[in-house]
Design a protein around this ligand. Structure first.
Ligand code: BGC
Length: 575
């Protein structure tokens, strides 16, 4: 028998891959002991022995809070963490930077006078005449202006579906290459845009780039990375997103000061930098061994595996990969499976969590912070600086989540973050309502304007350690293996759809609801916090083979759990 790596979290499905000796040892392990060990994050002993690396990876990902490996006795395949794996980290970070830069750049650009004067003269006129006398809530309301921001997400939403086909048929590298190239072209067209049509075409190409990059890069990472680096890499992607948003804020601040008429061009064209890195990276890097095996290119897969693991002896891992690929082909259609009653909680989470993440209103701040700050009376430069400050808070608060999520759990972060967001949103709404007035003709004193900025930073921090990273992490750890890919696609699609809705409707909503808009988002956060209280179970440290048990014990979700779905620990109890 080939020695098999041992993982802390194996799914029900993983049991299929246990060899006989491993099965016997697994069944002897008292489940309560293992489960408690997992809950406390303590070191636990021999657990399950899925033989395929893909199963093990998926099991470890799900069990360990979204990509963490076992904290039990992990035996690795031959090999070491090579510089090659470090390069994949850079590729991942670049994918996140692209996503983040896009999120951060449009708000700054749409608040620049030269940009508005050239492409949206009516908005520019509105803005100039609004000062002091007219209703400032509506100064930026233009469907054309919002379509500049939101068109990217419609394109991303549609292209993610095609990306999944390209990624499967032609490999992860092809999608990254295509995404990077579309992104490069989009940033070039935007940089030299002469009219609104060119602007929107550029944005659509950027959207195609993000759609492909967001679909392929995380997959590329999860297949290239050794299991013990997986958790850090997953969170690293979100971290890079926040860095991208922050850098975009800084660039806008710098170009906003130029006043030479072309500052906005530099801002949008600089998106080419991360895109170029990803495109060149995709050309230089080989595809993942898993994808090569899937496409029948076993010799290439072996050569790649030898290169990324830094050893010639990769036979065991390669063999497991081949077996796993054969097995994966037997799994029934995940799209019909996800609609079955026993997957109802998973389906609800796949839709509700990304939807709620966007209904926190975070992208109002990410996209439109400079516009918002201008509305409440900051000058041009101060508005752009405010976006830089909130961007920096976003980056640092994300590290808080990385440090605490596996220690204190998901629910506490969700709940604390939710309460903190509601308090700050209600306060911002109240200050603006009182001092700025619904007529939008009042003026905030510099002290109050700074207080609003501080409260917005409190809100951003709360998001960055709760719904920001958890909005991606929690769905990824609740899906059983057979519906994971389909579930993940739903999460991405729902996220992009609601990003589009917020981007498209915000400026109009600001014009109509005024300060009440902040109270509307606060109400959404109350609803989603109650959703967490009643419907989201704690998943910290729960091994994937116990995840069904989590739903079975849940006061509401248990009714969807079929009795014949017995978890491995229940098997052991029966024994
Ligand atoms: C969200 C983005 C958001 C970003 C802010 C991500 O998790 O999906 O929509 O702009 O966080 O940091």
């Amino acid at each position: 028998m080939r020695p098999s790596p041992c993982f802390h979290g194996a799914s029900d499905l993983c049991l299929i891959f246990l060899d006989d000796q491993a099965k016997r040892r697994y069944k002897k392990e008292p489940s309560h002991q293992r489960y408690r060990g997992a809950q406390k994050g303590s070191r636990s002993k021999t657990l399950a022995f899925p033989r395929s690396p893909q199963r093990r990876r998926a099991c470890a990902e799900m069990a360990g809070g979204g990509l963490a490996p076992s904290n039990g006795d992990v035996k690795h395949y031959n090999g070491r963490v090579t510089s090659f794996v470090i390069v994949t980290c850079v590729i991942a970070a670049t994918g996140g930077l692209i996503f983040g830069y896009d999120i951060g750049v449009s708000g700054g650009v749409t608040s620049m006078d030269e940009f508005l004067e050239k492409f949206f003269p009516s908005v520019y006129q509105q803005e100039k005449t609004a000062s002091g006398s007219k209703n400032q809530w509506c100064q930026f309301d233009s469907q054309m202006l919002t379509s500049f921001t939101s068109s990217l997400y419609v394109a991303g939403l549609i292209s993610t579906y095609f990306a999944s086909m390209v990624t499967q048929a032609f490999g992860r590298k092809s999608s990254m290459l295509f995404g990077g190239a579309a992104f490069l072209l989009g940033s070039a067209i935007n940089g030299v845009a002469m009219n609104v049509a060119m602007l929107i075409i550029g944005r659509i190409l950027l959207g195609v780039g993000v759609g492909f990059a967001n679909q392929a890069v995380p997959l590329y990472l999860s297949e290239m990375a050794p299991p013990q680096l997986r958790g850090a890499l997953n969170m690293g992607f979100q971290m890079a997103t926040t860095i991208g948003i922050f850098v975009a804020g800084l660039v806008n601040y710098g170009t906003g000061k130029l006043h030479a008429g072309y500052g906005w061009r530099i801002s949008v064209a600089l998106a080419a930098v991360p895109a170029l890195i990803m495109t060149l990276g995709a050309i230089a890097l080989p595809d993942t061994p898993n994808s090569l095996v899937e496409r029948g290119l076993r010799d290439q897969a072996k050569a790649t595996l030898q290169k990324i693991r830094g050893t010639d002896d990769v036979e065991a891992e390669l063999q497991d990969m081949i077996e796993a690929t054969e097995e994966a082909k037997k799994v029934s259609d995940p799209w019909s499976s996800i609609l079955r009653p026993e997957h109802r909680p998973h389906l609800v989470m796949a839709i509700a969590i990304p939807m709620f993440q966007q209904l926190t209103g975070i992208n109002v701040i990410m996209f439109y912070a400079p516009v918002l700050f201008k509305t409440i009376g900051f000058g041009d430069s101060a508005s752009l600086m405010s976006a830089v400050i909130s961007g920096l808070v976003n980056v640092f608060a994300t590290t808080v989540s990385i440090a605490t999520v596996d220690k204190f759990g998901r629910r506490i972060l969700f709940l604390e973050g939710g309460i903190q967001m509601v308090v700050s949103q209600v306060a911002v709404g109240a200050i603006l309502g009182t001092f700025f007035g619904d007529a939008g003709t009042g003026k905030l004193s510099p002290g109050l304007a700074n207080l609003v900025l501080a409260l917005i930073c409190v809100y951003v921090a709360a998001f960055a350690w709760s719904w920001g990273p958890l909005g991606w992490l929690v769905p990824s750890e609740i899906f059983p293996l057979n519906i994971r890919s389909a579930g993940q696609s739903i999460v991405v699609g729902v996220n992009f759809f609601f990003t589009f809705v917020i981007a498209q409707l915000f400026l109009m909503a600001l014009c109509h609801l005024k300060s009440g808009l902040f109270h509307l988002f606060a109400a959404f956060v109350v609803v989603m916090t109650l959703f967490v209280v009643f419907l989201v179970p704690e998943t910290k440290g729960v091994p994937i083979e116990e995840m069904t048990l989590v739903w079975k014990k849940h006061w509401f979700w248990k009714k969807y759990m079929l009795d014949d779905r017995i978890t491995p620990s229940e098997h052991r109890r029966e024994d």
